[in-house]
Design a protein around this ligand. Sequence first.
Ligand code: PMV
Length: 338
Amino acid sequence: MTTCSAPGKVYLFGEHAVVYGEPAVPCAIERRARVTAEPREDGRVRVEAADLSLDGFTVTWGDGTDDHPDIDAPTPLVEAGMGYVNEAVEQARDAADAPEVGFDVTVESDIPLGAGLGSSAAVVAAGIDAGTRSLGVELPPEEIADRAYRAEYEVQDGQASRADTFCSTMGGAVRVEGADCRTIDAPELPLVVGYDGGAGDTGKLVAGVRALRDEYEFAADTVAAIGDVVREGTEVLREADPDGEADPDLLAELGRLMNFDHGLLSALGVSSRSLDAMVWAARDADAHGAKLTGAGGGGCIVALDETGGTETALDYTPGCERSFRAELATEGVRVEEP
Ligand code: PMV
């Protein structure tokens, strides 16, 4: 039995545009998904997920492609969650050259599902690492990141960038531009997350942006403008002292760019009333900046605020279910119990 964990993430900049080859900067945060894998000889896969911000549920399915999981809480989110676990299992089997092996899988996560914090990437990265290690195979992080990307790509019908999976696997702040993925230095950032209790449908939201981009040149320009914001943000981060706390001027500049990014994402139709309400609550509380994070449609915003003002304001914002401060997770995927 092996347990591995991987962190969730927020996008400082660049979601959606990253799908079209523009750069993005996600940052891993100290909210983790833990996956335990225990090989079984009958080829079946049994998944237990005690806490995915849903009531507990248990799923068992076989190794035949026609088998449907028997889920005791049939929600689309649970089914989507199972798709990710299934693909992680496939990747682990392939990497360990053990196509017939089954697994008992337990998932525990303190990352809300489908809310823009990279829950699926964390489950997939931790699942591949736990699955392969339980078979005595240790993969280098780059391979885990690549396989996690391929797993997400399968589940999301090709609508996936490498950003979430690379960030969750490597930890820290990363810059992703197409297949060029690298970790970057970042100062300590005072990240605050607001969560509306909901979720967006990543596939639909990505398809919506794609349709706008195909139809209107100005929508394509909007996507390209997000890329410009990210390039500017990367320069700002490069000038910061990576070992210290970010100074107020730097935070002001990053915040201004985050606000700009949110405006462009709103123009592309991926914000929502509750996300906008939380963004404005953060700005009214004098946050340096705020934006939605991830696919949008519902879920989370991220703000920069070293004071307690944004958290308090979010707690009083109708539509905000909870808020929390998010520490940068310097470690990516890791073994919890060998
Ligand atoms: O909401 P999340 O955490 O699945 O992030 C989606 C980010 C997108 O850029 C919209 C899609 C992607 O795969 O990069």
